[in-house]
Design a binder for this molecule. Structure first.
Ligand code: PLP
Length: 400
């Protein structure tokens, strides 16, 4: 399809041209192994150091506190396993019910291995309760892991306050900041956060590069052991071009964050205002909470989110739904379920997530196409007249 209106930037982002230019020489010219004794490797190492400084500047920490990894998922796993292996007597983890599967499925696995996990609930605005956190953390708790911003709704959690609570109770604090990095100003040196995960492909670097911040002095056990790369904290020959790419993306984010945030928020607000005024029975999930400027999660009552996505896709519009219908589950997104979004709305939710590469014309195109799509789906919806909601048939039929 010629026309691509890409409004799915929380899934992944376009690699910035500046990032591609930064990476290119490290494939073709500066391809030495940074661990080599000779000058050809050594010069690559100095570029990696510069990239590490740029990522540290984005997070407000020291360069030596940054470990490069292969992705956000690896960073998350490294943080949790490190805490559990460093404090083997502690068998309890605290997290939230709305984390990304990178944390949730890891916790499920750990439960099967004898660990106890507390999943903090969220309220109808998608917000956690810090009092609940206070009572959940005990001297058995190895680590508290709370995402900085939710990938589905964009709701921002008070991680600095949560980290203080964990610290007071003697637990480590990790945050999955994969969606927050590049969108929220971070000052880790003045926080109680011990570990933080980011992923390159959410901020215009390529897929397959991530980083983990580990506060200086934090007891740390590596996830990958082998060579002495990353000061023995993450074995494996450095992915030099991608590390350089992440460094460049971090630099661009530092320089442009305020301007870009204002811009994407204006597009997001234009879309929300337009859709809620053009289409009846809509709701914006998490709107009453602080949210990422680029994200909106909108529910259209009595329609199925995945059908909306298919119709949007036919028009060249890329968005996403939190629904797990395609995976064979009948449940709507675990995030919207935790927020107790009514079932008639929860099934019909669509996430639009913007980047600086989007335009007002693209928003207006969605506003032009969307009312007819929702009308059409509501006309054929077997649920709009109050019949029971979304049984097996409803989900299966859509995918034949
Ligand atoms: N955590 C959050 C909040 C995410 O949104 C994602 C990706 O969607 C991840 C972790 C996983 O990151 P990666 O794809 O780099 O493994």
């Amino acid at each position: 399809m010629d026309k691509v209106i890409y409004l799915d930037n929380n899934a992944t982002t376009k690699v910035a041209d500046e990032v591609i230019r930064e990476m290119e020489p490290f494939f073709s010219k500066l391809y030495g192994n940074p661990s080599s004794m000779h000058f050809f490797g050594g010069q690559v190492q100095s570029h990696i150091n510069k990239a590490r400084e740029k990522v540290a500047a984005l997070l407000g920490c020291l360069p030596e506190e940054i470990i490069f990894t292969s992705c956000g998922t690896e960073s998350d796993s490294t943080a949790i396993y490190s805490a559990l292996r460093s404090f083997p007597e502690k068998k309890h983890i605290v997290t939230t019910a709305v984390e990304h599967p990178a944390i949730l499925n890891l916790c499920k696995t750990l439960e099967g291995q004898g660990y106890r996990v507390t999943y903090l609930k969220v309220d109808e605005n998608g917000m956690i309760n810090l009092d609940e956190l206070k009572s959940a953390v005990t001297n058995e708790t190895a680590i508290v892991s709370i995402m900085w911003a939710n990938n589905e709704t964009g709701v921002i959690f008070p991680v600095n306050e949560a980290a203080k609570i964990a610290k007071e109770k003697g637990a480590l604090f990790h945050t999955d900041a994969v969606q927050a990095a590049g969108k929220i100003k971070m000052d880790l040196k003045n926080s109680s956060i011990d570990m933080l995960s980011i992923s390159g492909h959410k901020l215009h670097a390529p897929k397959g590069i991530g980083a983990l911040y580990v506060r200086k002095g934090t007891l740390f056990t590596p996830f990958l052991t082998g060579g002495h790369q990353e000061k023995g904290r993450r074995a494996g020959t450095e992915n030099t071009p991608y590390i350089l790419g992440l460094g460049k993306a971090a630099e661009l984010a530092v320089n442009n964050m305020d301007k870009e945030n204002r811009y994407v928020a204006s597009l997001r607000d234009r879309l929300e205002k337009g859709l809620t005024s053009l289409i009846k029975n809509t709701r914006i999930n998490g709107k009453a909470s602080p949210r990422l400027p680029n994200t909106t999660n909108i529910s259209f009552e009595y329609v199925e989110g995945e059908s909306i996505l298919l119709f949007l896709s036919e028009k060249g519009i890329c968005a996403s739904s939190g629904s797990a219908c395609t995976s064979g589950s009948l449940e709507p997104s675990h995030v919207l379920m935790s927020m107790k979004v009514p079932m008639t709305f929860a099934h019909g939710s669509v996430r639009f997530s913007f980047s600086v590469y989007n335009t007002e014309e693209e928003v207006d195109y969605v506003l032009k196409e969307m009312p007819a799509i929702i009308d059409r789906l509501r006309e054929i919806s077997p649920f709009a007249d109050g019949k029971p909601l979304f049984g097996m048939d409803a989900c299966e039929n859509k995918h034949h």
